[in-house]
Design a protein around this ligand. Structure first.
Ligand SMILES: Cc1cc2nc3c(=O)[nH]c(=O)nc-3n(C[C@H](O)[C@H](O)[C@H](O)COP(=O)(O)O)c2cc1C
Length: 211
């Protein structure tokens, strides 16, 4: 492999999610903006972040209320995801323009997007002024998932939701499963069989010895 260094270091951690952040200003105005600089930062308490430029219209809404909802878009929402990231709530009602339904929050004043398969309600705990972006650290206060991806054993199948990723300027759909958490160290069924065989023969030897 021959790697070349970019002349200037930049943001290269990809793929990332491109999420639709829905929120409501102190005056009651609902808005949506797209964020790729977002992610998980803590398991317990469950915490996330979203980094937002000060000049974004949504910035004042976040600062005023300290509440927002991260909506994970599926393939059907890819176009709206881009649209909400290229237009401003200062001029457009993005819920109406995209034909999206605001759903009242359970734990926050911000609305979620009914059409999104997953909506994560968040309350800001800290704001870090980093440079171009302010990082809003927030605690997850509720998670809503589309019931159609929950089976009769109450298991949520996220892989069926058709979620999208964002990679260096492009929206992409996710591909095949390469493995599941821990698959690299988990014993394969074949190994289990071989082991069972070994154990069986050990037992036989043991019996013979005892006799
Ligand atoms: C794919 C994509 C990712 C984006 N990620 C961010 C981001 O992480 N932070 C940010 O401040 N703006 C981001 N933007 C830009 C805002 O979504 C955009 O400026 C939007 O128009 C702001 O809406 P508002 O003016 O209604 O607040 C992104 C845009 C796109 C299309």
């Amino acid at each position: 492999m021959s790697k070349r260094a970019f002349p200037k270091p930049g943001n290269f951690v990809y793929p990332v999610p491109a999420v639709m952040v829905s929120l409501k200003g102190a005056d009651g105005q609902k808005n949506i903006f797209t964020a790729a600089w977002t992610g998980t930062v803590c398991s317990d308490p469950p915490m996330v972040y979203v980094s937002v430029r000060k000049e974004r219209y949504s910035h004042h809404m976040l600062t005023e209320t300290g509440e927002f909802v991260i909506n994970l878009p599926d393939k059907k929402l890819a176009f709206s995801t881009d649209y909400c990231g290229c237009t401003t709530g200062a001029k457009v009602d993005k819920f109406a323009a995209c034909g999206l339904t605001p759903r009242e929050g359970i734990t926050v004043g911000a609305p979620s997007i009914e059409e999104a398969p997953v909506s994560i309600e968040c309350k800001v705990t800290q704001v870090l002024e980093l440079g171009t972006h302010d990082m809003f650290l927030a605690e997850v206060t509720a998670v809503l998932v589309d019931e159609k991806y929950i089976d009769d054993k109450d298991v949520f199948h996220m892989d069926r939701a058709g979620l999208i990723a964002y990679e260096h300027g492009a929206y992409r759909e996710l591909g095949e499963t390469l493995g599941r958490f821990g698959y690299s160290v988990r014993k394969k069924p074949a190994d289990k069989k071989t082991e069972a065989k070994k154990n069986k023969s050990k037992k036989v030897i043991g019996v013979k010895k005892n006799n």
